[in-house]
Design a protein around this ligand. Structure first.
Ligand code: MLT
Length: 302
């Protein structure tokens, strides 16, 4: 009998896969394996017996990787399982960043009871006019499962897409999509693009990658989308860049009191992967990984 602790509620369709050989336990200490979504495990003492942790999602920054290595605990994530959910919210956000949809909706709600609302709309709608994404240059930083889907989808919406990923060879990337222009450097993306969307993990080398210096290289009014991790962006620097107009809009999936509410910021409450399909896919992949490891010793990150 294997004990599995499920720290966050991940989709039931995944947990249902466990057979009679498994029981769900409340105690982390009794667990042979742990399933987790976004809660941080950094403060927890890892039981010596803990064989595996599966993160139902792409990022593993909530897992203490060094402690796991010392403990002999295998860590899985679920690459690609929520990629379509993130792709779709990025498309929506790109359009929201170009059109003042929220400004318009909030304004019309504020005068909805006015019997002259239709007339008011005609008088006021010019101030909510936006721009189109067609023909604009989009930089996709990180060409993993999510970045590639985003790049291909937005190319189909007639954007000129530049991709950059230091870990993927130019040839490999070209094979994934012949429509993505391969930027030779991040600087090229910063210099050329009207929109930048970032899809990289949080590591020592990506933390703070959007800062004073990198904002200075970007086009005036650039629109930045961050559905990766909050601390890729330096708070004070993005606020300053928004205030000066260097950055026109910042759409972030991470509620951050220093940035939330600043003019030009659209904060989404970490909804990138929050679709029933993505949650099911992550849960199923995580449960299968755990079962295959505990029962057969297989380590497969897919
Ligand atoms: C991810 O890393 O894939 C996301 O943070 C998933 C989630 O929303 O839990």
């Amino acid at each position: 009998m294997f004990n599995v602790n499920c720290i966050n509620k991940i989709a039931n369709v995944g947990l249902d896969l466990f057979t009679d050989n498994y029981q769900m336990v409340e105690q982390f200490n009794d667990a042979d394996a742990v399933l987790v979504r976004s809660s941080s495990l950094h403060e927890l003492e890892l039981p010596k017996t803990l064989e595996a942790i599966a993160r139902a999602g792409a990022g593993v920054n909530n897992i203490p990787l060094e402690k796991c290595a010392e403990n002999g605990t295998v860590v899985f994530n679920t690459p690609g399982a929520n990629a379509n959910g993130v792709k779709e919210i990025v498309i929506a956000s790109l359009i929201i960043a170009s059109r003042d949809i929220f400004g318009g909706v909030n304004w019309v709600n504020s005068c909805k009871d006015d019997p002259e609302v239709a007339k008011l709309v005609e008088k006021n709608k010019a101030k909510f006019a936006g721009t189109e994404i067609k023909g604009k240059k989009l930089g996709v930083i990180g060409l993993g499962a999510i970045g590639i889907l985003v790049a291909n989808a937005l190319n189909k919406l007639d954007m000129e897409v530049y991709g950059y990923d230091p870990f993927i060879s130019v040839d490999a990337a070209w094979n994934l999509s012949k429509y993505i222009k391969q930027a030779k450097s991040l600087e090229e993306i910063y210099r050329e693009c009207d929109f930048i969307t970032v899809h990289v993990p949080l590591t020592d080398s990506t933390k703070g990658m959007f800062n004073k210096e990198t904002f200075a290289m970007m086009k005036d009014g650039v629109k930045l989308l961050n559905f990766s991790r909050d601390t890729l962006v330096i708070d004070d620097d993005i606020v300053e860049a928004l205030e000066s107009g260097k950055v026109g809009r910042y759409v972030t999936d991470f509620p951050n009191p220093k940035v939330c509410g600043v003019n030009g910021v659209i904060t989404v409450p970490h909804l990138g992967a929050s679709t029933s399909e993505s949650e099911d896919n992550c849960a199923v992949m995580a449960v299968r990984q755990i079962m295959d490891y505990l029962e057969n010793g297989n380590i497969k990150n897919s």
